[in-house]
Ligand binder design. Structure first.
Ligand SMILES: *[C@@H]1O[C@H](CO)[C@@H](O)[C@H](O)[C@H]1NC(C)=O
Length: 334
């Protein structure tokens, strides 16, 4: 009853008590928020201890989850865009043809797959929550973007969806690779960019306990996201065995790389044919949900197969015919 207003207290006195109580309350709240020992304040504990453990590294998100770009590059590639546009991602940039680079591979074989396997093997016990395995160039013909630009592609990438799925291909359009790129049991020799008749033997060596599928499909080009728990569904020895295969195979790089390119989705638990509907894929993977999609393999205004694999000098401001173009809207003229 201490503060209960009673007979002799007038309205002015009551107001003064109210003011004092309010002030005391605010001061107490401020004290508790800032000075309470950290263990009683979970939000502060997370950030504080995380930052301390990781030295100067900042947590990538408020929850302290780590996300990393694992990049396969060559020494002439310009990777500064990754630092410019994605400062909040940790980056492991491997330079396959430079033995002096901070990160490289002992044997430059099998294209990007040697980098990806090396990263997984070397970090198996300390993997981040989220990993995107990508190529190094900002503009490259296979990026799923109207101007083949890696910046919007990575910016739009939906990490929560990856966390839910475990593995996500960073490409939705079905050209090239879907709905069925390889028929291991019946393919005969095609030109060198196709795994052709080599896929079957490669598959049997990589996955000795798995029956050879009669069709393999995934949208091309070996850029994908994967979570730590998905990687760890296989023991480290599996990845070491894949790398040994790569090191020992007599197949040339383009073929061994190609076989790995069409195996990652199976390594990470997907069906041999992994070709999600493009409309669904763009919405879930990139958050692009209001597209018009004339068929299950493509949506309007997203991607056309370029006439050449090398983009013209000056791209995206210079087009295929040397003309000026504006990459801020529409599709490039092909
Ligand atoms: C690399 O690309 C950046 C733009 O992201 C550019 O400013 C820089 O000049 C390029 N570096 C080289 C060596 O071409």
């Amino acid at each position: 009853m201490l503060f209960a207003p009673s007979g002799p207290q007038g309205p002015r006195r009551r107001n003064r008590i109210k003011a004092i109580l309010t002030t005391v309350g605010i001061v107490l709240a401020i004290y508790l928020f800032f000075f309470q020992p950290a263990h009683k304040n979970p939000a502060r504990t997370d950030r504080g201890s995380y930052a301390q453990q990781r030295g100067t590294d900042k947590p990538d998100t408020a929850s302290g989850k780590r996300k990393e770009l694992v990049v396969a590059s060559m020494k002439d590639d310009n990777t500064s865009w990754l630092y410019e546009f994605f400062p909040d991602w940790t980056k492991s940039v491997y330079v396959v043809d430079d033995k002096q680079a901070p990160l490289t591979v002992t044997l430059n074989k099998g294209r990007e797959s040697m980098v990806y396997l090396t990263y997984i093997i070397d970090h198996y016990d300390t993997l981040p929550d989220t990993m995107l395995f990508i190529h190094s160039q900002r503009f490259q013909w296979h990026n799923d973007d109207p101007y083949y630009d890696g910046v919007p592609m990575l910016r739009n990438f939906q990490i929560p969806y990856l966390q839910q799925q475990g593995y996500v291909n960073i490409r939705c359009v079905w050209t090239l690779g879907c709905p069925g790129e390889i028929h291991p049991l019946t393919d005969t020799h095609r030109n060198a960019v196709h795994a052709g008749e080599y896929f079957k033997d490669g598959f049997m060596e990589l996955f000795p306990d798995t029956p050879v599928p009669d069709m393999v499909g995934v949208s091309c080009c070996a850029q994908f996201g994967v979570t730590r728990s998905k990687v760890r569904e296989r023991p480290k020895s599996d990845y070491e065995q894949f790398r040994t295969w790569l090191a020992e195979t007599s197949l040339p790089d383009d073929l061994s790389g190609r076989i790995m390119e069409y195996s990652w989705h199976m390594i990470f638990g997907q069906e041999a044919v992994h070709c999600p509907n493009a409309e669904h894929c763009y919405c879930k993977v990139f958050g692009l949900c209001d597209l018009s999609c004339p068929w299950e393999g493509a949506c309007d205004g997203r991607y056309i197969l370029p006439p050449y694999a090398s983009l013209p000098k000056g791209w995206p401001y210079i087009g295929w015919k040397g003309q000026k173009q504006d990459p801020s809207h529409g599709m490039p003229e092909s």
